[in-house]
Design a binder for this molecule. Structure first.
Ligand code: ZN
Ligand code: ZN
Length: 387
């Protein structure tokens, strides 16, 4: 459904179209569903557009828990507030908002600390429910429950999101750019800007030049890094990387008789100031740590590794190298304060979101967006709900 005013729908269930993931690895099914009104501290949002992130693919393919079906995937989006539940005063009907998978409750010790973006009231988890009540707002037309995903579930014309996961934004930014800030680009950009705090003149090495790695490059470029080294096994990534500020390329699959560490050491004169692991491989975390400059180098982990994976580091090296190893969830960003800054930087023509959008499709073609990302053809494919 489209174009109805909030006065007609407020407080009532909405019947609309959603792309439901019924079975792992099978094409999403566009069907009509019911979306319940928001409960207290929740917001019902009409999704304008959504984009596809690698984690959607991971949970689309995964057969075992925390995968669960039928589920509405999608977690990069922008929308307009259709109605709000009780005790919501932060946003109102008609506001433009971005839902974010990471909570920013504004009440807990972590949300009130400058040192953390890891909310302890609604800690990150891949839950099938709304975070505050552990229930679903979605049912199919037979009355069967449809599960939520990452507190967002954006592959539907309407969704319900907890206010702790909603950021109000300036509506002048084009929606097919703003939706990227919901996850991937913010994660990479934030890792360089907030987590690492890359300084002017510093050297950076990025392991894995997918969307996240390219967003790290964009962040490092805007922070004034002078050398940005892309490390990848696919040499075609260097040409793409150049567009995002990558200055040097190390082909991890073909370094001749040298190791990646030796290559990075040579380019930087003793190790990079900041190394970012963007793939999710323990061996690459070790390599990123090894490539850091002794004394002050920081290795930042962004990649999502398989559950149970372990990183091996020599205690002797940890003691004698003086390096730092850090994790960065959502780029260390606090959604409600940092996303509006990123939007301003886009509107000021600094942050180049446009280059990340390689494809746009209408909602009916959502499965094509999956094919493009799986085949490695797209960085970000925007899915328009009303086209
Ligand atoms: Zn919190
Ligand atoms: Zn994501």
């Amino acid at each position: 459904m489209d174009g109805k005013s909030s006065s007609e729908t407020r407080g009532k269930p909405i019947r609309c179209r959603a792309a439901v993931c019924r079975k792992p690895g099978e094409p999403l099914v566009i069907e009509e569903i019911m979306v319940a009104p928001p409960m207290a501290r929740e917001v019902r949002i009409r999704v304008i557009c959504t984009s596809l992130c690698q984690s959607d693919i991971t949970f689309w393919k995964l057969k075992d828990f925390p995968a669960i079906f039928p589920r509405i995937l999608g977690h990069e989006a922008i929308g307009v507030v259709e109605s709000v539940g009780e005790d919501v005063d932060e946003v109102t009907e008609g506001d433009t908002v971005i839902p974010i998978f990471l909570s920013d409750c504004g009440e807990c010790g972590d949300c009130n600390s400058k040192k953390s973006n890891l909310c302890s009231k609604f800690p990150f988890k891949v839950s099938p429910w709304m975070p505050r009540y552990e229930t679903s707002r979605f049912t199919d037309l037979k009355g069967e429950v449809l599960y939520h995903f990452l507190s967002v579930s954006s592959f539907t014309e309407y969704t319900v999101v907890d206010i702790a996961h909603v950021t109000k934004i300036d509506s002048s930014i084009p929606p097919n750019r703003a939706c990227l800030l919901s996850c991937g680009v913010s994660t990479g950009f934030g890792a360089a800007w907030r987590t690492a705090n890359v300084e002017t003149g510093s050297t950076v090495a990025i392991f894995g030049l997918g969307s996240i790695g390219l967003a790290v490059a964009e962040g490092a470029r805007l922070c004034g890094a002078t050398k940005i080294i892309g490390v990848d096994v696919n040499p075609n990534k260097f040409e793409i990387g150049k567009k995002f500020g990558v200055t040097d390329f190390v082909n991890a699959g073909d370094c001749g008789n040298k190791s990646v560490t030796q290559m990075v050491n040579e380019i930087t004169g003793g190790g990079a100031d900041y190394c970012f692991e963007c793939v999710g491989l323990p061996s690459l975390v070790q390599e990123a740590y090894a490539c850091c400059r002794k004394g002050w180098g920081k290795a930042i982990v962004l990649g999502v590794a398989k559950p149970g994976s372990q990183v091996n580091l020599s205690s002797y090296d940890v003691l004698h190298s003086g390096k730092t190893l850090m994790g960065s969830l959502f780029g260390g960003l606090k959604a409600k304060t940092d996303i509006p800054i990123l939007i301003k930087r886009y509107l000021d023509k600094e942050l180049q979101l446009d280059k990340f959008v390689t494809h746009e499709v209408k909602f009916d073609d959502i499965n094509k967006a999956f094919d493009l990302l799986i085949e490695g053809q797209s960085l970000r494919c925007v899915i328009w709900m009303d086209k």
